[in-house]
Design a protein around this ligand. Structure first.
Ligand SMILES: Cc1ncc(COP(=O)(O)O)c(C=O)c1O
Length: 425
């Protein structure tokens, strides 16, 4: 099987590094997250489940722009809705009627919803949700999960991160995932001081296995929030619309007070939404929160078209089904090569890991070899399925995976342990 080269990507990266901090910053920054020689740095175009890099290499995309692409790149229905709205106007001196239509649609669609509010990024909404919780309760502290990610504002990043001062995080309490007793302890230690509990619908950190909620977890958290008057915030930025079109809380059977959406909501157009219960609407109204581009009408048109299309085709079900087929296939291919590929999280956004290698280096090598052959995988982050992935994509991916396993070779357990030990030193 042919392997790709990335000369143009690398030349562009060298130029980027002269004028942009890190060349490429944040989650799309190559080093240290992916081996830089095996990955493209710049994308030229996308269509459906695939994108092409600046060297002309074609990839079946299992990162989906880290989540926003959900129906396929350049989706005709979404792009047509955007085009129509652009003809009317995008950023005007007053909001366009599409804003009301989208809010009405979300209130109808999302389980337990009474209002919707729009911004641009996921972090806009997680910050807003914590402000609402603080305003509504008159309390300061926010409980979050250790290793949980809610964006880049200083309160969300841990103490010790560059640019974060202790005061930014002094009101954050981090507890382990799936640990109701830890929440009870936090409540006991800070009586009457906790404003909100924020968590993702299930735990999907990077570099480690993802974890679904234990039986009764969410019901117990809900019960404690009710008892203590704590605002329950679900960060559905990543899982949203890949588990259940009504919100991931509907999938897990509980009702939060506030839910944050972004990524998949607009199929790549810049929009995020906070959806809350009717009871929280007045509390949301009290907090001043806005931005220069938050009223853009075209992304709202994109979101409305995306949600309607996802509902029409039952997108979440399709992504869960195709994800399961992909994972079953990959696990089988790995077994063929004498390796155990563990998959965790939901099949529509799974995290994978070769288990016989605690350093994750073998897994990183395999993902890189898959990417160099046209199946774009990362090893540190969960992948994303889209409704555009086809049976043909899955078959091609399994062939690539097989060839990539051959390329990394399969060494004995003993040899791998010795290599791991050497790498750790
Ligand atoms: C669970 C979760 N919450 C919040 C965010 C932040 O979203 P954004 O990067 O759009 O601000 C992300 C982004 O990856 C996320 O995965």
């Amino acid at each position: 099987m042919k392997t790709y080269t990335f000369a143009k990507s690398q030349a562009l990266f060298r130029r980027a590094a002269q004028v942009i901090p890190c060349g490429i910053y944040g989650h799309m920054s190559p080093a240290p997250l992916v081996p830089p020689t095996a990955y493209p740095f710049f994308a030229a175009r996308g269509k459906g489940s695939r994108f092409w890099d600046v060297d002309g290499n074609e990839f079946i995309d299992y990162m989906c722009a880290y989540g926003p692409m959900v129906l396929g790149y350049n989706h005709p229905v979404v792009d047509e809705a955007v085009r129509k709205q652009l003809e009317q106007g995008n950023t005007l001196t007053a909001p366009a009627p599409i804003m009301v239509e989208l809010a009405e649609y979300l209130v109808e669609l999302i389980a337990g919803a009474g209002f919707a509010y729009f911004a641009k990024n996921g972090g806009d909404m997680t910050s807003y949700a914590t402000m609402i919780a603080r305003s509504a309760t008159g309390r300061k502290k926010i409980v979050a999960i250790k290793g949980g990610y809610h964006g880049v504002a200083s309160w969300m990043q841990g103490g010790g991160h560059h640019g974060v001062v202790d005061e930014d995080v002094e009101n954050m309490i981090r507890i382990p995932w799936n640990d109701v007793a830890a929440f009870e302890k936090a409540i006991a230690r800070h009586p009457g001081q906790i404003a909100g509990f924020i968590a993702t619908p299930y735990h999907h950190p990077t570099f480690v296995d993802n974890e679904l909620p234990a039986e009764g977890y969410w019901q117990n958290i809900r019960r404690l929030c009710d008892r203590e008057g704590i605002v329950l915030i679900i960060d559905d930025v990543r899982c949203g619309f890949r588990l259940d079109i009504r919100g991931s809380h509907a999938y897990f059977g509980f009702q939060p007070d506030l839910v944050c959406f972004c990524k998949a909501i607009g199929n790549g157009y810049p929009i995020s939404a906070l959806v809350g219960t009717k009871k929280m609407q007045n509390e949301a109204a009290k907090v001043f929160y806005t931005g220069s581009y938050w009223f853009q009408a075209a992304p709202m048109a994109a979101a409305l078209a995306t949600l309607k299309e996802l509902k029409r085709i039952d997108g979440p079900k399709r992504m869960l089904d195709y994800g399961k087929r992909l994972l079953d296939g990959l696990t089988e291919v790995a077994r063929h090569h004498g390796l155990d590929l563990k998959t965790t999280g939901a099949p529509s956004l799974p995290y994978l890991r070769l288990t016989d290698d605690e350093t994750l280096m073998q897994h990183q090598d395999w993902c890189a070899e898959c990417t160099r052959r046209g199946a774009y995988f990362t090893s540190h982050h969960n992948w994303f399925m889209s409704a555009a992935h086809t049976a043909e994509d899955l078959q091609r991916t399994l062939d690539i995976a097989d060839d990539a396993f051959k390329a990394i070779g399969t060494t004995s357990k003993g040899e791998r342990r010795a290599t791991n030990r050497a790498r750790k030193k």
